[in-house]
Design a protein around this ligand. Sequence first.
Ligand SMILES: Nc1ncnc2c1ncn2[C@@H]1O[C@H](COP(=O)(O)OP(=O)(O)OP(=O)(O)O)[C@@H](O)[C@H]1O
Length: 276
Amino acid sequence: MEPTSESLLDVRHLSKTFPLKKSKTNKASSFKAVDDVSFQVFKGETLGIVGESGSGKSTVAKMILQLLEPTSGEIYFLGQNLANQSKAESKATKRRMQAVFQDPYASLNPRMRAKEIVTEPLILHKQLNKKKRDDKALELLHEVGLSEQHLNRFPHEFSGGQRQRLSIARAIALKPDLIICDEAVSALDVSIQAQILKLLKSLQTSYGLSYIFIAHGLPTVKQLSNRVAIMHKGKIVEIGETNDIFQSPKHTYTKSLLKAVPPSHPRDRHKPSIGG
Ligand SMILES: Nc1ncnc2c1ncn2[C@@H]1O[C@H](COP(=O)(O)OP(=O)(O)OP(=O)(O)O)[C@@H](O)[C@H]1O
């Protein structure tokens, strides 16, 4: 079956096996981190991917971002198989797909000022001459709720939430079609999480973005996701509309994830829960 025209991303039977070091018996073995995963992401939608630590979420993200080579399976972006792209096509795809990770410290160059961080992708992709950099940097900072006073600051001079805003400004600089948010709000306080989710939502509307929003817990993805995929031990065990997943989960693992949702009513908060 060919990818449908309206699907931005079409992931088919994707698997990733990592070799494991030789054991004492000298037998080399391997570990299947991602096992026959298929899903689509449509234009303008958010697909949430939820699963416990080690379920394979980041490995899927890295394969889509072409940071890891799949062991088998295909990834189509705008109808093109990533494995068959020319160098120029691959560069264009990388421009149209961006990522925001959990730890901006790891992804932001500590020696670069905010204005350089947010405009670097434009300079790399030859879409901005250096003279216009400050104007563009300010425009991008404004888009994410930062201001002129932040232009010359280094990453360590920002709060966690502000640093994540900076990562988002960098991600939208090239006007991508898809942003993969891999645990992008997981390290933040709940109130800051809510602000970042609100920002992502508003950018989605203004830029017509699609998101893959990866998190450990269902509550984090609920607000933003149109659909949710549940990953367990490398497989997608259930995928569906967000409301259906929350109201009538089919898989036992999804049910157990839902049971881990902290009760929203204060009356119920004394009951044990493991949170999301
Ligand atoms: N480069 C690698 N070499 C060997 N094993 C790896 C490698 N990268 C990931 N793994 C293993 O693959 C499995 C899936 O990892 P992955 O990071 O995709 O999970 P995750 O669901 O994103 O977890 P987390 O939420 O903790 O980031 C884990 O068991 C991990 O140890």
